[in-house]
Design a protein around this ligand. Sequence first.
Ligand code: IFM
Length: 455
Amino acid sequence: MKINSSSFATVSELCRGLPGDFRWGAATSAAQIEGAFDLNGKGLSIWDTFCAEPGRINDASNIRVACDHYHRYREDVGLMQGLGLDAYRFSIAWARVQPAGSGPWNEEGCSFYDRLLDALLGAGIEPHLTLYHWDLPQTLQEAFGGWESRAIVPLFVAYAQEVARRFGDRVASISTLNEPWCVATLGYQTAQFAPGKTNRALAMQVSHHLLMAHGAAVQAMRKLTRAPLGIVLNHTPAFAAEVLESDRRAARIDDGLNVRWYMDPVFRGHYPADILDYLGPDAPTVEANDLTLIHQPLDFLGINFYTRSFISTQTPPMPAPGKRGFTDMGWEIYPEALTQHLVRLAREYSPPPIFITENGMANADQVVDGRVADVERIQYVREHLVALARAVELGVDVRGYFYWSLLDNFEWNSGYTKRFGLFHVDYATQQRLAKDSALWYRDFIAAFKSSRGLS
Ligand code: IFM
């Protein structure tokens, strides 16, 4: 079935400024799709523990089976191939390959990723590997508090080195961390994510250890692999309501905590001074040379973009206008922020080439007569591609786009209640069904390639 061909023809035209070798992909992460939570020697992760705590996950679900990708990866690679994807972004479950997070490696766990990589390469799809997408081995959490201690850094480095040795020659890139802001803030300040703590000082210390682990792992992996190395950051640009004077100040702090707290040390070698002031006693302990370690040359920057944050200090706060509506996560749809933000990053940081490593929407999808007519998602993707293309026209070096997510999957504390996938998953049968957005994306990629004589 062809979907709405006029809309992708227009986008293809609007995307004419993108380089011919622009990568079209989709993304997932291990904990959200693999299942097989304790199979073949896999150790538990902090998300297994978190899911078992009453009240943590909205639908009281867990990640024991998820999308059963561990057993269905061939079928899933087939789905990617059917869409004509160039690239697939996935993560390694640390506890699958090294069950306790230190010590012996689990050959059966490693062989799963060997098979996955072989299947992807056989299908002509570039694998983009992420080392850490939130599923810390539980043993490390219990032994010394995981990211709460500097002791995590050498262990993460050893893990990264072994991954680089085993898989580095077959992957198109390695990202150290996915969204360290979420790990630190949602895991340690707001308790929405594992391990579920509420301590801002600890959250900031965790963010520092994450950044150190990133820098140290990049430095160590350079000697072992020629794969491009980078980091993936989630950016939610802050827009002030600009009703009160204080709105602008609050937006600057929000930006500082979400964007500059990670960009400044990675690309400039220091933390933002205004945020250190703002944090006061909650600022992390930083030792000599930590920032030099964090400030490593990178080959790419991954940006995950979903929405903006609208900052109002009024009581009650002024709501975001939401002219284009809100997703099923309640996130405002505001694609223009993507253009503005990319241009700002290029201007302020001169980063290496950027990949949009995640972008997508949760939608209240319904299967009706064997079809999911998710027009809202098609519209969302189209508008974000237009915004991305505009940034490229304005001179930003963006090399690829990964839709989040390939499949409906475990959406962390929302459990299975939010559907982000291009493919609908019936969790009772594990049947995958291409939504209209998947067919649109397939046809769009084909149109883009044919417009460049690539197919
Ligand atoms: O599902 C998550 C993903 O794991 C990280 N980035 C945001 C997505 C949607 O919330």
